[in-house]
Design a protein around this ligand. Structure first.
Ligand code: ADP
Ligand code: MG
Ligand code: ZN
Length: 476
């Protein structure tokens, strides 16, 4: 029998607001433990939460990008559970009326485009972090992360493979980065996902019993966990057993999933409406504003680059891989560079320089006007392509291409008289080669061209040199 894997994802996204969701503590990553806390995020009696407006704005922008319906009157709920990283003993989340429902994200994959349905998205606060002593000694708690704003994005069980899941996560990450609402760093926990997975006989329409895997900190872990868990479930079913619904923890070092607990129901959390916060009202004016301010996302840019500028799908994908690279490209084109030329320069030379320096496009000092100028100089024939690359490398960290060209005498020789003079000199110095060519040795022409180019320090147009030499040889 053949089996089909079915996966649904719950993804937590840390929003990059300056302050926490219900207090004004800083959200900066990496501060010394327990230095970014106050009575509100520590849950001290008598303290009251105040909702950070920016969190609502960011969440709504994500919801719009994911084509969701927005709940105009949404509300927070208390999710009660005791755990040492949660000093309040409850988390403020949204269960009954989440900010958004029923959207989708189109994901580009090698096999084509697939639409992943979004079930719902809600806002909530993060918990603190437990730091276990590596030798199995004590456990310490850092409360800095308590109250950092999160959205949780829940998909329908639409994935059928690890490739689809990873493609979705990459696409989601790109949306978040283009919106500027999260730094999307997996390694710092800004993007964390839980994988819900079941298997069923191929062709079956009913869902199998699922497990939920937590603690997946990298795309690699997501991939490994999916492969491992689907094999584990298939083995159980093939030997006549039953999969039990439970929560597993993925152990990246051991490369296997470890049971954490049997799954609790919503009832276990004793959810009830959060009495300390009023409902969140999103009026039409607010949403209209957000809609008009929504930036163009990578997928839209890709479509536009192909349609309006005739770029290939591959080029469009490369250029939109980083938002700042796409912006650099568009600004270069706006300054008059032909799109295909600008694209080639960026994908070749700019990315080469960035990778040599281990830099991201956003950290680059090179200005679009410098690249646009350089491309124009090549187009006008004032420098040739090889010279242009030399100039590009020289001004990558700063400097003016024209000044550099002037200072190093790199401008192409367009004065025919000067080229002719060099040809005369080469002919005078190489009578053998001239005679060879006349005797039918075509190769001698290449030698004469080479000598002339050398005399002109490579700054002449090889085509012109070639023509002048041929003319001169046939003259007599
Ligand atoms: P819970 O209440 O346990 O969080 P949900 O119904 O909210 O469960 O679903 C959580 C995630 O699990 C969703 O992404 C959903 O698509 C996925 N899911 C639900 N049932 C299955 C299943 N049988 N197999 C795979 N994924 C599933
Ligand atoms: Mg859930
Ligand atoms: Zn605080």
């Amino acid at each position: 029998m053949r089996w089909e894997t079915v996966i649904g994802l719950e993804t937590h996204v840390e929003l990059n607001t300056d302050t926490k969701i219900f207090c004004s503590c800083s959200t900066a990553f990496g501060a010394p433990p327990n230095t970014q806390c106050c009575p509100v995020c520590m849950g001290l009696p008598g303290s009251l939460p105040v909702l950070n407006r920016r969190v609502v704005e960011y969440a709504a922008r994500i919801a719009l990008a994911l084509n969701c319906s927005i709940t105009p009157l949404n509300r927070f709920d208390r999710k009660n559970y005791f755990y040492p990283d949660l000093p309040k003993a409850y988390q403020i989340s949204q269960l009954y009326l989440p900010i958004a429902r029923e959207g989708w994200l189109d994901v580009e994959m090698e096999q084509g485009r697939k639409s992943i349905r979004i079930h719902e998205m809600h806002m909530e606060e993060d918990a603190g972090k437990l730091i276990h002593h590596p030798d199995g000694g004590d456990t310490r708690i850092d409360y800095n992360r308590c109250g950092v704003p999160l959205v949780e994005i829940v998909t329908e069980p639409d994935f059928r493979s690890a490739d689809e899941v990873v493609a979705y996560l990459e696409q989601l990450r790109s949306v978040l980065l283009y919106l500027g609402v999260s730094d999307g760093k997996l390694q710092e926990g800004s993007l964390r996902c839980d994988v819900n997975l079941s298997v069923r006989p191929e062709g079956s329409q009913t869902l199998g019993v699922r497990t939920e895997m937590k603690n997946l900190g990298s795309f690699r872990a997501v991939r490994r966990a999916i492969e491992y868990e689907s094999q584990r479930q298939i083995r159980i079913l093939e030997s006549g057993g039953r999969v039990i619904r439970q929560t597993l923890r993925w152990d990246e070092d051991a490369d296997q999933s470890i049971p954490m607990r049997t799954k609790e129901d919503a009832a276990d959390y004793r959810y009830f409406p959060e009495p300390d916060l009023p409902p969140v009202e999103l009026d039409e004016a607010f949403l209209t504003d957000l809609r008009t301010q929504q930036p163009e996302l990578a997928a839209q840019k890709r479509a536009r680059y192909c349609k309006d500028w005739g770029l290939s799908a591959y080029d469009a994908r490369m250029l939109t891989g980083q938002r700042s690279l796409a912006e650099f490209f568009e600004r270069t084109v706006a300054l008059g560079a032909p799109p295909k030329k600008a694209a080639n320069w960026i994908m070749g030379q700019v990315l080469r320089q960035l990778s040599a320096r281990n830099l991201q496009a956003q950290d680059m000092t090179l200005q679009p006007k410098v690249l646009a100028r350089l491309i124009a100089l090549v187009e006008q024939g004032r420098i040739n392509r090889n010279t242009a690359v030399e100039v590009f490398d020289a001004v990558f960290d700063g400097g003016d291409p024209e000044e550099y060209i002037a200072a190093h005498g790199l401008e192409r020789i367009s004065d025919c008289a000067q080229v002719r003079q060099a040809v005369e000199q080469v002919f005078a110095e190489n009578p053998r080669s001239v005679a060879d060519w006349r005797a039918g040795k075509e190769k001698a022409l290449g030698f004469l061209v080479g000598q002339t180019m050398r005399m002109l320090q490579g700054k002449a147009d090889p085509q012109t040199v070639n023509k002048l030499i041929r003319d001169r040889l046939t003259e007599e």
